[in-house]
Design a protein around this ligand. Sequence first.
Ligand code: ZN
Length: 201
Amino acid sequence: MGRKKIILTARERKVIEKVRPYKRATVLGALRGRRKKLRAQKHEWYLANRERTRERDKKWRESHKDYNKKWRLENKERIKSYADRQKARDPEKLRENDRRWRENNPDKVKIRWNNYRGRKLGNGGKLSKDICKRLRISQKNKCAICGRSILTKGYHLDHIIPLFLGGENGDANVQLTCPSCNLSKGKKDPKLFIWHNKKLK
Ligand SMILES: [Zn+2]
């Protein structure tokens, strides 16, 4: 593997141009050393100001949504190769990051998974990013089927008319239920499910 090519800043280019060619490698080496030190300092600062930086970056991302989207579309190859390099360097770290992200973003995991399923099955519709939050408020943190609290054991994002029965994967066709209600509903038709439950009571 060759050494990573350095992209020079304007100031550094000026320095390099003044130096005689045979000395350029040495000077470049010195600049590299300085860079390493600067990067270490920057990282230290970042660790000390993590929360502030995160907050600032979040604000920036939110106010530049279209910009980021456009950039991502224009730099697909670049993103892919970066991801591949990261994976090659430390696959374990990547898996760990992924696991942590999933743990911290359970709603996003649910929504992404259902959007993926809906897309695969061709049911149409797409869930909003904040649908879980909105349902938690409108359902007052209660299961839509049995009415028990969903705060203790977590919840499932349930399609009222199941996807396999042609239900749309849209905001209007989902509800939050406790895991056991969702699992016992399984792939039953909602009407049959209600009937089945009544019979049991
Ligand atoms: Zn329930």
